[in-house]
Design a protein around this ligand. Structure first.
Ligand code: HEM
Length: 401
C-alpha cells in the first residue's frame, strides 16, 4: 500500500495523471479526508463527496480562490463569471435562463440531428479506415451540437477544442506559467468572437433556428434581470467548453475501455440494448471530470469528524466512483452493473445541466460505432490529455477494418 502521508494534491505529477487510482484507493483506505499542505481537504469516500454536493452550505463562488491563483486577468474574469463557480442568486438566474433549452422535450428534437451527424461521421471513418478516434470522431459530435445550440458558425468550430483545453486546463491543481498565458489568450480571443456574435444576434433576433440557447441568454429575464454583455460572453464560453470537452472524453474513454476489456466489448456486440448501462459504467470507471471544489460555508460533519466553516474542499469524483463500499469490484468494468449509482454528473444545485444530452450523445456515438465496426483495433500508443481534473485521451489511433 502506498504511503499517502506526504501526498499533496497541489504537487501531483505525471504518474498521478496517468493512473490516479492506486493513490486514490490508498487515500480512501488510510486518510479519506486528507489535508493538503495549504490546509485544503481532498475527499475520496463516496458518502463524503455526496454529502458535500448535497449540502446547500457548500459554496461554489471562487472569487477569492481564483484571485490568489490567477491574479486579475481574463481567466479570472471568465471563471468567476460562469455559473458553475457562483452561488445563488446569480447562479439561479443563469441556470434558469439556460435550462429552458435543456428540457427533455427540447432534447428530443436533437435526437434526429445527433443520429444524422453520427452517421455522417461514421461514413467518413469507413472511408479513412485508419484514424485518430479523438480528432476524427469523438470531438466532432459534441462540438457540432453545442455550437448549433449556441449558433456558432462552422468556421469557428475547429478552434473550440484548443480554446477549451487552454481555459479548462488552467483549473488544474498544478499549472505552468506558459499554460496560464495560453488560457488568458484563449479567453481574450474567444470573448472577441462571442462579443461579435452576440451583437449580431441582438441586432437580428428573428428566425433563429440555430442558437436557441444564445437567444434565451440574451433576451431571457429572471426576476426582472437580464445578463450583462460580459456575463453573456463568459457563460457562453463556459457552455461551449462544458458542452464538448467532457463528452469528447466520454466517447474516447469508452472506446479505450472496450479495447482494454474485450469480454465487455463482445457483450455489447452481442446485445446492443446494453448501451445505456454501458455508458453509465464508462462514466463511472473513467469519469471525464475527476475533481470538484467547494468552500464550506458552514461546519459540515464528514465521516472522520466535523470540518469547520471556511475550509476549502476538493472532491474526488474519480475516487467516489470506485469506492468499494458502494461498487462491488470497483476496478472491474461491468457494463451490466446494477445498480450503478455513479456520480460523474454530481448531484445538488450544480448537477450537470447537460447530463441528458451527454448521455444521448454517448449512447448514439458509442453504440453506432461499435455496431458498425466490430473489428475496431488500436494501431499505436494512446496519449492522455495531460490534466488531472479532466480525464480523456488526446489521441487514440485505431483501424476499423
Ligand atoms: C460526459 C459529459 C459530461 C460530464 C461528465 C459533465 C460533468 C459535469 C459536472 C461534474 C458538473 C458539476 C461541476 C461542479 O459544480 O463542481 C457539470 C456542470 C455543468 N455541466 Fe456538465 N458534464 C458533461 C457534459 C455536459 C454537456 C454536454 C453540457 C451542455 C451542453 C454540460 C453543461 C453543464 C453546465 C451548464 C454545468 C453547470 C451547472 C451549474 O453550475 O449549475 N455538461 N458537468
Amino acid at each position: 500500500m502506498l504511503d499517502i502521508a506526504a501526498f499533496d494534491l497541489n504537487a501531483i505529477g505525471p504518474e498521478f495523471i496517468e493512473d490516479p487510482h492506486p493513490t486514490l484507493h490508498a487515500l480512501r483506505a488510510q486518510d479519506p479526508v486528507h489535508r493538503n499542505a495549504d490546509g485544503s481537504l481532498y475527499l475520496t469516500r463516496y458518502d463524503d463527496v455526496l454529502k458535500v454536493y448535497q449540502s446547500r452550505d457548500m459554496l461554489s463562488d471562487k472569487t477569492e480562490a481564483f484571485g490568489e491563483k490567477f491574479g486579475r486577468c481574463p481567466l479570472h474574469t471568465h471563471h468567476t463569471t460562469s455559473l458553475i463557480f457562483n452561488d445563488p442568486p446569480y447562479h439561479t438566474t443563469v441556470r434558469k435562463l439556460i435550462s429552458g433549452a435543456f428540457t427533455p422535450r427540447k432534447l428530443a428534437e436533437f435526437e434526429a440531428l445527433i443520429d444524422e451527424i453520427v452517421d455522417r461521421l461514421l461514413d467518413r471513418v469507413d472511408d479513412l479506415g485508419e484514424l485518430d478516434l479523438i480528432d476524427d470522431f469523438a470531438k466532432v459530435l459534441p462540438t457540432e451540437i453545442i455550437s448549433f445550440m449556441l449558433g456558432i458558425p462552422p468556421e469557428y468550430r475547429a478552434r473550440l477544442r484548443g480554446y477549451s483545453l487552454a481555459i479548462l486546463g488552467a483549473l488544474d491543481p498544478v499549472v505552468a506559467p506558459e499554460k496560464l498565458a495560453e488560457g488568458n489568450a484563449a479567453v481574450t480571443e474567444f470573448s472577441e468572437i462571442l462579443n461579435d456574435l452576440i451583437n449580431h444576434r441582438r441586432a437580428h433576433p428573428e428566425g433563429a433556428h440555430q442558437g436557441e440557447v444564445l437567444e434565451s441568454l440574451i433576451f431571457g429575464e429572471h426576476d426582472g434581470r437580464r445578463l450583462t454583455q460580459d456575463e453573456l460572453i463568459q457563460n457562453c464560453i463556459f457552455l461551449l467548453n462544458a458542452g464538448h470537452e467532457t463528452t469528447t472524453s466520454l466517447v474516447g474513454n469508452a472506446v479505450g475501455t472496450l479495447l482494454d476489456w474485450p469480454d465487455q466489448h463482445r457483450l455489447l456486440l452481442d446485445d446492443p440494448t446494453l448501451i445505456a448501462p454501458a455508458v453509465e459504467e464508462f462514466l463511472r470507471i473513467e469519469s471525464p471530470l475527476q475533481i470538484g471544489n467547494r468552500l464550506a460555508g458552514e461546519d459540515i460533519a464528514l465521516s472522520t469528524g466535523v470540518v469547520p466553516k471556511g475550509t476549502y474542499i476538493h472532491t474526488s469524483i474519480a475516487a467516489a466512483n470506485r469506492d468499494p463500499a458502494v461498487f462491488e469490484n470497483p476496478d472491474v468494468v461491468n457494463i451490466t452493473r446494477k445498480p450503478n449509482r455513479q456520480i460523474a454528473f454530481i448531484t445538488g444545485i450544480h448537477v450537470c445541466l447537460g447530463a441528458t444530452l451527454a448521455r444521448v450523445e454517448g449512447r448514439v456515438a458509442i453504440g453506432k460505432l461499435v455496431k458498425r465496426f466490430p473489428k475496431i483495433a488500436q494501431t499505436g500508443p494512446r496519449t492522455r490529455v495531460p490534466l488531472a481534473r479532466f480525464r480523456g485521451f488526446a489521441t487514440l489511433p485505431v483501424r476499423v477494418r
